[in-house]
Design a protein around this ligand. Structure first.
Ligand code: ADE
Length: 265
């Protein structure tokens, strides 16, 4: 049976069971922006998957190919129909993650991309982080029981051997749908003990964790949120360098994971 044809996302138990016992053969990597993903897509010679995987009108694009023994897919949420910019943020990330799980049946999901970093927590521009836990800093819900839900901490698949072998830094990622940082955001990021800040990770992680699919985050730092310069300027200056770092590190992560079981990562 092909790795892509055996279960649907409704079969939560089957997906969880498979991910505990199968060697990793199919990997899907979700990016938010085309510019973050293009160097990797070109480097691995992935081509647009024209299998009509998604409903007509879906903006998501899947690029597929091989990397060693792995079936390798890159998913980008595509462009917004009205403004023509990339569909950044948690909603497109979550929907694209769901579609990727449903149609591609990955053994492992990776959210790769750029992010802000906190100098006070040891981050520097150009670092590539392995995300230990995904949380939110803009879901502040002061109702009984909902505060924890709002933060929504999801622990990534543990991969201590991978982190060591690749020499990656490790940190908590906090997500919100704004690029800027309000005082409240800062307060909650500190409370969450986060080192890395993005706009997609928690949406991706919620879907992967809810459906029981193993997931990792690999994030390259483009700007220092507490560095004193406007983060948007630093982001634009460093986007291409960060994308080049992802082109190097993501294939290393996938090569390390290839053929391994989760408890070997
Ligand atoms: N992506 C890159 N830098 C970011 C930042 N400072 N905040 C949110 N997302 C980002």
């Amino acid at each position: 049976m092909s790795p892509n044809s055996e279960s649907s996302v409704e079969d939560k138990g089957i997906v969880e069971d498979r991910s505990q016992h199968r060697a990793i053969k199919t990997v899907a990597v979700l990016f938010a922006m085309q510019a973050e993903s293009t160097p990797l897509i070109e480097h691995l010679k992935l081509t647009v998957n024209s299998d009509h995987l998604f409903p007509k009108g879906s903006p998501w694009i899947v690029y597929s190919g091989g990397h060693g023994d792995v079936h390798f897919h890159v998913i980008v949420p595509g462009k917004d129909g009205e403004t023509g910019v990339d569909n950044v943020g948690t909603v497109p990330a979550a929907v694209a993650t769901y579609a990727a799980i449903d149609k591609l049946k990955p053994d492992l999901l990776i959210n790769a991309g750029t992010s802000g970093g906190f100098k006070a927590k040891g981050a520097a521009i150009g670092d590539v982080y392995f995300i230990s836990t995904f949380v939110n800093h803009d879901r502040r819900i002061p109702l009984p029981g909902f505060e924890k839900y709002g933060i929504g901490a999801k622990q990534a698949t543990q991969a201590p051997n991978l982190v060591k072998a690749l020499g990656l830094k490790e940190g908590i990622l906090s997500t919100a749908n704004s690029f800027d940082l309000s005082e409240k955001d800062r307060e909650w990021i500190t409370k969450n003990d986060a080192t890395v800040k993005d706009m997609e990770g928690s949406g991706f992680a919620w879907v992967a964790a809810t459906l029981g699919v193993p997931f990792l985050g690999i994030k390259a730092i483009t700007d220092l949120v507490d560095g004193g310069r406007p983060t948007q300027e630093e982001f634009l200056e460093n986007l291409h360098t960060a994308a080049a770092a992802l082109k190097r590190v993501v294939p290393e992560v996938v090569s390390f994971a290839s053929g391994k079981r989760l408890n070997e990562l």
